[in-house]
Every structure is written in C-alpha cells, then in structure tokens.
Design a protein around this ligand. Structure first.
Ligand code: PLP
Length: 369
C-alpha cells in the first residue's frame, strides 16, 4: 500500500485494541458443526426481552421509514416518571456504551487524565485512549475498585473518573458509605461516571442507588442500560442521568438519531414491565446460588459477584479450558484482555443452561486432576 493508514490515525487510536465481544453462537455452530450451543458470555438476559417490549416493537415496525424521535420524548417522560428526574437530565444512547463515549468525547482534551481501576470494564480504556487522554489505572483491591487509591491518583489534570458498580468482569461493588465518602472528596470539576449497568440484579441493602445521588453531586453522571435485565442488548438502548448542564453538553456531540424507533418503543414498554424484571432477577438469584454452591464442590474458586455473571479462577491458563468448553457447546468469556488470564466469566443462564455449564466444567476439572 502506498500509505500506512494506521500511522495516519490519531496516536491514541494507533495503540487501541478493539473491543472483544463474546463469541456469537452461530459462529461456534458453523465452526464446530454443533447445534444447541449455550451462550453464557455477554451477560444477556436468558429469558429474552419482555413480552411488552416485543409487542411494542411489532406495533412500531411500520414506522421505520420515518426517522426516530431525536429527542426521545416518550422514553424520557417514562424515565422521568420512574426515577423522579427531569427529562432534561436524561441523555439517551445507542446502548450505554454510546453514552460512555459521548462523555469522553465531550469532556476529554488530549493529555487530560482519566482514572479507572485495574480490571474495570474495558470500554473506559477504549474511550479514553480514542480521545488521546491519559489513562491512570489504579491497582484493584480484592479484584474491586480501591476508592482510596483512586482518590490518591487525582491530579489537576484529572477530568473523569469511571466507576462501575458492580464492576464487570469482577462483579465487585462499592457500598453506599464508601461511594458517598469518595464523592465528598472529589472536586466538582472532575466528572464521576457511575456505571450501573447491572443495578436491577442487585439485592445488597448497602448498595447505593446512583440516581438518588445526582441531585447532591453535580459532577455525578449515572449510566444505565436496557441490555442486561431488560433483555434488549440487540436493540441498543441505554441512558445517562446527570445535571441538566452536563446533559446539554452531551446532546451537542450526540448523533441526532442515536436511538432507533424500535429501541425507543421497546425500552419504554420494558421499563414498566415489572413482572419481567422480577422473573429475571429471580432466575439470576437462583442461578447465582447454584454456582456459589456447586463450584466449590468441583474445587473452583470464584470472585463473589452481585451482577448476572460469576468469574471463576482456574489458577492456570484458562484459554485451553475456554476451548474445551467451546467444544462442548458452552460459550463463556475469557478475560486475558483484562489481565486475568486464569479467569473465565460465566453469565448466569436458565437452570438448564447453568446445569449444562457446570457439568462441562466438572468434566474439565476431572480431566485436569
Ligand atoms: C459495566 C458495563 N457497562 C456498560 C456496558 C455496556 O452495555 P450496553 O452498551 O449494551 O448498554 C456493559 C456491557 O457489557 C457493562 O458490562
């Protein structure tokens, strides 16, 4: 080629590793000639979307020749009613990933610093690097965010702190007291992005609800998604709640139609389908209890998690184990790109999916012994 198009890209992008998604089931079926593959790799809802969301999609289908409502009026009204925030505080996104990127794009100058923890959700590093900002990665404590270390890392250059609660892929969390103690010390000029992608699953009584803190902390931006408990990962729908000024800034860099017609109507319907969320949470609670009870019986340790996934420590290179599970039609998530080569993350599935995964794991462990 006459030109090196990689070196023409911006310095941050040149060093960027693209996001590694979970392996699609059809790909594994194609590769190994398998049928009946179980995907427990991307923390999706094993029950699927709410029936109300499906009905809303069907009734919106004929409207897809029209552009979506750029302002997302109806969904913002629904979010406003559910969470007691003003519609003007809401930023809609093509998944919460989109919102995380908007925040970085709107606020990061080259050489600004962004703090996040070791083992934090990988998108924080991607959006930081893509903007040419400097990542300041603080060491984890017991696999989770060490808020003291994150506070110590603050400098005059810090513009954003990313905090996932609970974190993916570790499932670790910070308590209400820990979070507010931290927020009290952070200057208003530093945005704290609290990523609550898994909040619907959380049952811990000392877990903080970020939306209740937005009024108190003007620099707090809470992100949430319809991809996990709401079961709409394939549609791409997420949102942020912040003070109105930050929302106004984000709207300036947002693509005008970043949430499509079907996603807008499905999200609006799913938001009020409490029965589907209850079922989803119950399946997850049961599945988590199953793994935490059964994994030790096959001598596997795991990181305690409050999300819809559990991360298992094989104490050895987990890549061959991942491959063996694939051959048995079970897709989980390797974590070498997170610096956790001995771990695999398993999304909690239905009862039969969990049983199938556990028996595949038991067979692997038998063969290791
Ligand atoms: C912690 C966390 N935040 C954000 C996201 C992004 O989800 P989405 O873009 O589907 O809303 C994920 C997805 O895995 C996640 O684990």
């Amino acid at each position: 080629m006459s030109c090196d198009f990689i070196s023409l890209s911006t310095p941050g992008v040149q060093d960027l590793q693209p996001y590694l998604p979970g392996k699609p089931p059809e790909e594994l079926e194609r590769e190994l000639g398998l049928t009946d593959v179980v995907k427990l790799a991307s923390n999706e809802n094993p029950l699927g979307p709410s029936p109300a969301a499906l009905a809303a999609i069907e009734s919106s289908l004929a409207g897809i020749s029209f552009y979506p409502d750029s302002g997302g009026y109806r969904l913002k009204q629904a979010l406003s009613a559910k969470y007691s925030v003003a519609p003007e505080q809401v930023t809609l996104g093509n998944g919460s990933n989109d919102v995380l990127e908007l925040i970085a794009r709107a606020y990061l100058r080259p050489d600004d610093e962004v703090i996040y923890s070791e083992y934090a959700f990988v998108v924080y590093s991607i959006v930081t690097q893509a903007c040419g900002a400097k990542a300041v990665v603080t060491p984890a404590k017991d696999w989770g965010h060490d808020l003291d270390a994150m506070f110590e890392a603050l400098t005059a250059r810090t513009r954003i702190i990313f905090l996932a609660n609970p974190n993916n892929p570790t499932g670790t969390w910070v308590t209400r007291g820990q979070l507010t103690g931290f927020l009290n010390k952070i200057p208003d000029s530093v945005l704290v992005v609290l990523d609550e992608a898994y909040i619907e699953y959380v049952q811990e009584s000392d877990y903080p609800d970020g939306l209740q803190l937005v009024k108190q902390y003007p620099n707090l931006v809470v992100t949430r998604t319809f991809s996990k408990a709401y079961g709409l990962a394939g549609l791409r729908a997420g949102f942020a709640v912040s003070n109105e000024q930050i929302a106004n800034v984000l709207s300036r860099v947002r693509q005008p139609f970043n949430m499509n017609n079907l996603a807008l109507s499905a999200a609006e319907a799913a938001l009020v389908d409490d029965a589907h969320i209850s079922k989803t949470v119950q399946i997850n609670t049961d599945g988590m209890a199953f793994y935490t009870r059964e994994l030790p019986k096959i001598k596997l340790e795991f990181i305690p998690s409050i999300g819809n996934f559990i991360t298992v420590d094989f104490k050895t290179d987990a890549q061959p184990i991942y491959q063996t599970l694939l051959e048995q039609g079970v897709i989980v998530r390797p974590l070498a790109n997170y610096g956790m080569p001995h771990h695999l993350r398993i999304s909690i599935g239905t009862k039969s999916e969990n049983e199938r995964c556990l028996s595949a794991l038991a067979e692997v462990m038998n063969n290791i012994e």
